[in-house]
Design a protein. Sequence first.
Length: 167
Amino acid sequence: MNNIYIVDTNFFIQAHKAYYPLDVVPSFWNKIKFLAKEEKIVSIDKVQNEIYKNNDDLTKWCKDNLPQYFFKSTSNIFQSYQKVIFWAESRKNHYTSAALAEFLDADEADAFLIAYTLTNNSKRIVVTQEISEPNAKRKVKIPDACLALNVRFVNVMDMFRQLKETF
């Protein structure tokens, strides 16, 4: 059974702005294009919205290079999303109300990313550059929600290692 990696917004934005600029490291972006066409990596509509609102070179690259089926709809994940909401609300004595409001905002991708992965937990793995901070109170970190909900997650380099991809 092959895993499918569900990539977070920061997967794209940090790569583009910090580590692998489009004009400097085209091999990284060619690899992303290949993995997307092979459906080894996908993302969700909420991530697409977060990327496209910037209307920059990354937006153009995504529109020009990712297959139409890359960004999956989150309209049918209500049951899994309810589990994420329930977990987040159970943490109201830990996180600030602003942190929980941001995490559960319908326009924010994080909770939906976790819920989408949860709908097929045996095959799907979240890819994020966020780092677990269990004591953080002002931001719900994706890895902490994943750990609580038994959702697997990796960072970008670990994803490439698991896929046995090299450059």
